[in-house]
Design a protein around this ligand. Structure first.
Ligand code: PLP
Length: 366
């Protein structure tokens, strides 16, 4: 079965019954020993914790700048806290449009500025640092799509967000790294979200005969224009201790996970690149890809291929659910809307069989 997310191995599930995991030791995969680290259920909550800490220190809500190409559901916690958002435009290279950022800052400079490494590929953080220094803002480096620190990734922000739950077979897990110890946040408190639904689904996916299970393409958006269902963020900020145990086991395999993702993306690209009308957004051999992202020559091609590959049982996706502030101002956010309409994301996670995936993608219509 071709799943959209990786399936846990038996050893990862067995970790549920083992002794508790040490969050600080686990965070060492993503942070330096001198940095403060805090675990959350998801990094969307870590982002909210940064804004809360900033408000406590400065006595007012921070102006948070977010790239206009960003998933709206992840902003639920900061919206709930009333944080004013500015959606700054990015270019076709997915880097901030610095000229436009400088122009926007003339009316109200950011207090907190998010820069994103999209789909596992590095964005230039040095220019972001310089912009933040000039504007007096703190830099939040968003590594939610990245497996682990790499060249130019994860060592440049005042805060760094990681979402291991997106790349590893775990139900929850967002890590906040506070690199400047004068600027930190408070740990999550309160009950953690449950694991039951995730566990049940994964065990059924592992054990159920393929023909009995509904294909992964049955859930999620059925046409390219529909937004992905990230779900409204009903979860709570704390990370369940059981999720931490699974995560600790899963993190043992980071080098193997990185190699599998790269190999699968490379093999898939070889098949997809036989067609005209699209090319990869980045070289999957050069990064650890979250998804293999194909840039289509037109929205029509993207919509047609979305339907074609979904019919073949490949849970191909659009990204992201753009914020209403972005969707309703198409002239200002032309590039973000264009990216949303032309990028197609293919799963390349570590528990996919590259051979099955490539045969399905390269084979005849079903
Ligand atoms: C770029 C980016 N940053 C942050 C987040 C939030 O991540 P999490 O699911 O850990 O809350 C997402 C979620 O999709 C994302 O795509």
């Amino acid at each position: 079965m071709i799943t959209g997310a990786p399936l846990p191995g038996w050893s990862e599930l067995a970790a549920l019954f083992g002794s508790s995991a040490d969050g600080a030791a686990l965070a060492a995969h993503w942070a330096e020993p001198t940095e403060k680290t805090l675990w959350f259920s998801r990094s969307a909550w870590a982002l909210a914790a940064i804004t809360t800490a900033w408000r406590r220190k400065h006595g007012r809500l921070p102006r948070l700048w977010v790239p206009d190409y960003f998933c709206n559901a992840s902003l639920d916690p900061v919206r709930q806290a009333g944080v004013p958002l500015t959606f700054y435009p990015i270019g076709l290279d997915l880097a901030p449009d610095w000229e436009e950022c400088r122009r926007l800052a003339l009316s109200a400079a950011p207090d907190l500025f998010i820069v994103v490494h999209y789909f596992g590929s590095a964005t230039d953080v040095r220019t972001a640092r310089e912009f933040c220094r000039l504007e007096g803002a703190l830099l939040i480096e968003d590594c939610a799509h990245v497996l682990e620190p790499a060249a130019g990734i994860g060592r440049g922000g005042d805060f760094v967000l990681w979402s291991p739950h997106k790349l590893l077979p775990v139900p929850q897990g967002g890590l906040l790294v506070c690199r400047d110890l004068d600027e930190d946040a408070s740990p999550a408190t309160g009950p953690a979200p449950g694991l039951g639904g995730w566990l049940l689904k994964r065990v059924v996916q592992k054990l159920g005969p393929g023909w009995l299970l509904p294909p992964a393409t049955r859930s999620g958006p059925q046409t390219f224009g529909d937004d992905p269902v990230e779900g409204s963020l009903a979860e709570t900020p704390s990370l369940a201790s059981k999720a931490l145990k699974i995560l600790a086991k899963a993190a043992d395999a980071l080098p193997r996970v990185a190699a599998r993702r790269r190999d699968t993306a490379r093999a898939l690209l070889e098949v997809l690149a036989r067609q005209d009308g699209w090319h990869p957004l980045f070289d999957p051999a050069a990064v650890t890809p979250y998804r293999l992202v194909m840039r289509c020559a037109s929205p029509d091609i993207a919509a047609e291929r979305f339907t074609r590959y979904r019919r073949r049982g490949i849970p191909v996706e659009s990204w992201p659910d753009l914020a209403p502030e972005v969707r309703t101002l198409p002239a200002r956010h032309r590039t973000a809307l264009h990216l949303r309409a032309t990028l197609l994301c293919f799963p390349v996670h570590q528990t996919l069989e590259a051979g099955v995936l490539t045969r399905r993608c390269g084979g005849p219509e079903r």
